[in-house]
Structures are given as C-alpha cells and as structure tokens.
Design a protein around this ligand. Structure first.
Ligand SMILES: C[S@@+](CC[C@H](N)C(=O)[O-])C[C@H]1O[C@@H](n2cnc3c(N)ncnc32)[C@H](O)[C@@H]1O
Length: 300
C-alpha cells in the first residue's frame, strides 16, 4: 500500500467535501456550516460553481441519502460537543480528527482544551492548510497516532491532557477503518484515561447487517441497496482505506459497558431526518434513507 499523504487523507477529504457542499446551501436551509471545509477539498472551486443543489443531486446518484447521512452525523456530534461545552466539560479529544474543524467553527469556550488525534501525515497536511490566526488555535493540541499500533494513553499523556478533567471524546467515521482489536483497546484506554472524572464518548459505527442483509441498512424501497453497499466498500478500498470492521448495537453496548460506559443514545439518519431535515423543508423520503451508520452517545 502507498504511504503517500494523498492516500492517507482520502476519506477525510471525502467527508470535508460533503461539509463544503452543505455549507453552500442557503443559511436557513443548511444543517451545518463549515466555512473551512473548502481548504481541504480537491476540486473545491468546481463544487462551488456547481452549487449545493446540483452537488447533492450528484451525490444522490452515487447513493441516495449519502450526503444527508454524513451531514446528520456531523450535526449530531456538533450538538453533543456544544452540550458538553455548556455543561462545563474542560477537554475535547477528537479521535481520528481528519479535517474536522469543530474547534474553530463551533465557538467553543476558551476554557475547553481540544486535542486532535490522527495519523501524523494527515495532521501535517491539515496544519499546513489552516488559515493563520484562527481565534481558538492556541487551545488546540495535535497528537499523532496510529490506532492500530500505538497507545492512546501514551500519546495523550505526553501532552497537557489531564486525566482529572471532564472530557468528551468523539470518534466520527473511523471505527470501520480500524481493526476490532484497535477499537476495543482504544475504548479500554478511554476508561483508564477518564478514571478521575466523568466523560462522554460519542462514536459512529457501520451496522454489520451490511454483510448479511444490506437492504436492512437502507429505507424501505431503497434502489439497488445491496449493489450500493458493495460499491461504497469497493471505492473505500480502492482509495487505500478499506472498511474492515462492522458492529451491531449489542456488541457496541457490551464493549462500552465492559469499560464503564453506558449507552444513552443510538441514532441513524432514519431518526434524525425529522429533527434536522424536515424543519429545513428537506425531508428525506423513506426510499432514500441511508442508515448504514449508527451514532452512539455513551457516558461514564
Ligand atoms: C472518514 S475520515 C473521518 C475524519 C473526521 N472524523 C471527520 O468526520 O471528518 C477517517 C479518519 O480516520 C483516520 N484514521 C484511519 N485509520 C487510522 C489509524 N489507524 N490511526 C489513526 N487515525 C486513523 C484517518 O486519517 C481519517 O482522518
């Protein structure tokens, strides 16, 4: 496998691209706003020319609901992070941060220290593309890791991370790319890293029905569900970042519970459609619901 920077940040760019597309929507129609996303997307100028509506339509040709699913994931996690900030949490650790710009776009209080954890090459590219003089930049620490081979505890404790402070951890769009052993050991490390204080852990996972019953991962009547599930996996593998791990709700609950976390919420786009898209007049019909991925909130 190539070790070039481009190959390592392909999926991070893919998510940033959907955030850019959403940001192009009219302010009263958009579900999230990410003014920095365009800096990380190859072809951003063309996407801006094509505009929101056309770009969402194009993405729907690849897989209906694909854009809305990624945007609902981002919005759902945005809300968890903002809630923690207003509850007085003092640390935010973004696991597999990619081109997540939450420290700069969510207006987080300066009392909340942020730790962005990702592969060294991705972090380096991100830092080189960030604008100068971002308001919250001094609050952000970049931490290099390979979840498959390195200890989160060691990497975090080598920084100013404080085990005794209330912390929210997010792992967005990452669990499918790392081994089950790596996820289990990362969650085990979270439990040790948060022994001195209460914490929130928000993660997404891909439903293991993708292998046994792909149709169940989409709304009723979703066109060519099995074929699309296969295409998504094939393209991910082709970009050098294959999906290797899938889970079910019981497995995730058991893994979290083993490490002192209680699951509070488990959502998909099917649950969030009426919360985010319907009020914006963008309700997604049942036969375009993409609910392959689940978004979980757990507390310790
Ligand atoms: C789909 S991107 C999601 C990025 C970001 N969380 C978001 O939602 O925009 C997956 C991220 O996981 C990171 N990642 C994948 N495998 C990893 C590993 N073994 N160690 C550290 N990071 C990894 C990638 O570098 C990438 O930034």
């Amino acid at each position: 496998m190539s070790h070039s920077i481009f190959r390592k940040d392909g999926t991070a760019q893919g998510v940033a691209k959907q955030r850019l597309i959403e940001t192009l929507a009219h302010a009263d129609k958009r579900i999230i706003n990410d003014p920095y996303a365009e800096r990380f997307v190859i072809g951003a100028t063309l996407i801006k020319l094509l505009g929101h509506k056309f770009s969402v339509w194009l993405s729907g040709k690849f897989a209906p609901g694909f854009h809305e699913h990624l945007i609902s994931r981002t919005r759902f996690i945005d809300e968890q992070v903002k809630e923690s900030a207003s509850d007085g949490f003092e640390q935010y650790v973004i696991l597999g941060a990619g081109y997540d710009l939450r420290p700069y776009r969510l207006d987080l209080p300066s009392s909340m220290k942020v730790f962005e954890v990702d592969q060294m090459e991705v972090q380096a590219r991100k830092r080189s593309k960030l604008p100068q003089n971002l308001p919250n930049i001094d609050n952000v620490t970049y931490v290099d890791i390979d979840f498959n081979h390195q200890s989160l505890t060691e990497q975090l404790l080598a920084t100013s991370f404080d085990k005794n402070k209330r912390t929210i951890f997010t792992l967005e769009g990452v669990s499918q790319y790392i081994s089950k052993e790596a996820l289990a050991s990362t969650i085990k490390e979270l439990s040790k890293l948060t022994q001195g204080s209460s914490s929130t852990f928000v993660m997404s996972y891909v439903n293991d029905l993708i292998e046994s019953d792909p149709k169940a991962c989409f709304g009723e009547g979703y066109p060519r569900a099995a074929e699309r599930a296969e295409t998504i996996q094939r393209l991910s593998a082709k970009s050098g970042e294959p999906w290797v791990s899938f889970y079910n709700a019981e497995e995730i609950e058991a893994l979290l519970s083993l490490n002192g976390f209680t699951v509070k919420e488990n959502r998909t786009l099917a649950d969030l459609n009426d919360v985010y898209f319907s009020p914006a007049g963008r309700s997604i019909p049942e036969d375009q619901i993409f609910k392959l991925e689940h978004f979980v909130v757990a507390e310790s």
